[in-house]
Design a protein around this ligand. Structure first.
Ligand SMILES: Cc1cc2nc3c(=O)[nH]c(=O)nc-3n(C[C@H](O)[C@H](O)[C@H](O)COP(=O)(O)OP(=O)(O)OC[C@H]3O[C@@H](n4cnc5c(N)ncnc54)[C@H](O)[C@@H]3O)c2cc1C
Length: 369
């Protein structure tokens, strides 16, 4: 028997669940296929929400912790503190957050099929058929992550450049100042990216990521930060790891009635490696466009994707610089200087607080007058 839907989605994570909820709220018949047994299983991400994502989601207080600033460490472990008025991050109980997103999508009317990977699909340009699942749909959205099966099946663009990230979650890490995300520059331990210690709502998240050609050695990083934090009583709660696309959006983004969104589309900042906000934001917009199209409006969701997905022009240039692996002595020299403060604030807080001359002066440490 075949069921007919307006929208079929592969992947029940940030992008897929957001699109499912929005489309269902708009009155579409939506089905989500997820290969894992439940949305919060085998999470690969640190799950930190930038303020823009926090504002979009407004998650329940028990699933998050507000962290106002960033403490940036040089390889020498000299550090600077960065904040921006009105800005904050949310660290999250990520499995809990994904379960909450799934509940909201289902409450809106989306059908969630867990433990059902999408393996085969075909489209005649008007209808997508997923015969193994007894599904026909007007649209298929590939929200199935960095190694998208939907992109494979329909000859769409593939992510080709990655960072690889590794994280351990601990109970009982001592000496962590909860006002900050602690981020570590070190081209030897984290070539091409950073290490981090994040005070989560219930645990402390310790991780690092680097270019895919290198292998992150978490044990060496943990030894390194042992002089800053006390891990002598720490116990491991969970381990996470995954690939982070860092080459910008893929091309093509879709074909006819099949589209990519989130990591599948490569919409992760090549500089910060954050992809949750863009996944949420664009998934909702694409779902709206599909709903408009199904309502008979002259809207082309694929054209919208092409026009609105981020280009990351500046951040892709910055990524090239990071890939060259600035030597540690340069980081040691730079951290604490006005240009580095300015750059770090631009990266962590976007342009927030930098638009006025006064704020710029504060950012580079020259007072506010
Ligand atoms: C170590 C690490 C740390 C990170 N930290 C952060 C951070 O702190 N903040 C931030 O903003 N970003 C972070 N990112 C990036 C962020 O996790 C991703 O950008 C985000 O998860 C993208 O969401 P998504 O829904 O597009 O894809 P994903 O979260 O990757 O979800 C894809 C979903 O599709 C499912 N799936 C895959 N194949 C199939 C199939 N064939 N059929 C059905 N289902 C399938 C998967 O099981 C999964 O549930 C991090 C990434 C990594 C690897």
């Amino acid at each position: 028997m075949t069921d007919r839907y307006d929208l079929a989605i592969a992947g029940a994570s940030f992008a897929g669940l957001t699109a499912a909820r929005r489309a269902a709220e708009r009155g579409l018949r939506v089905v989500v296929l997820e290969r894992k047994p439940e949305p919060g299983a085998q999470v690969h991400t640190t799950g930190i929400l930038v303020k823009e994502a926090a504002d979009l989601l407004d998650p329940p207080a028990h699933l998050v912790r507000s962290v106002p600033g960033v403490r940036l460490y040089a390889p020498s472990l000299k550090s600077i503190d960065l904040t921006s008025p009105g800005y904050h991050f949310l660290t999250t109980d990520t499995p809990g957050l994904l379960r909450w997103l799934a509940e909201r999508a289902v409450a809106a009317g989306a059908e969630l099929r867990l433990g059902e990977p999408l393996d085969t699909a075909e489209s005649d340009g008007g209808t997508v058929r997923l015969p193994e699942h007894g599904i026909e749909a007007a649209f298929l959205l590939g929200a199935d992550g960095a190694k998208s099966r939907v992109a494979d099946l329909f000859g769409l663009g593939r992510n080709r450049r990655y960072l690889v990230g590794l994280e351990t979650e601990y109970d009982n890490v001592g000496g962590v100042d909860g006002r900050f995300l602690h981020t570590f520059l070190d081209s030897r331990l984290a070539p091409g990216y950073i290490g981090w210690v994040a005070p989560g709502p219930h645990v402390t998240q310790v991780g690092l990521a680097c270019k895919r050609a290198d292998k992150p050695v978490l044990a060496a990083f943990i030894e390194r930060i042992g002089t800053v934090f006390d891990l002598s009583e720490a116990t491991v709660v969970e381990r996470r790891s995954g690939l982070i696309p860092c080459g910008g959006c893929v091309s093509p983004l879709g074909r006819d009635n099949v589209l990519l969104v989130g990591d599948a589309a490569g919409m992760v900042s090549p500089m910060t490696a954050g992809g949750i906000f863009t996944a949420l934001d664009h998934a909702a917009a694409i779902a709206d466009a599909i709903a408009d199209r199904q309502a008979g409006k002259a809207v082309d969701p694929l054209a919208l994707a092409r026009a609105s997905y981020p280009r990351f022009t500046f951040k892709r240039w910055m990524r090239r610089g990071l890939d060259l692996g600035p030597p540690n002595w340069l980081y040691n020299l730079m951290v604490g200087t006005a240009p580095m403060r300015w750059l770090a604030r631009l990266v962590y807080f976007h342009t927030k607080g930098l638009k006025s001359k006064k704020a710029w002066r504060e950012a580079v440490g020259r007072g506010g007058s």
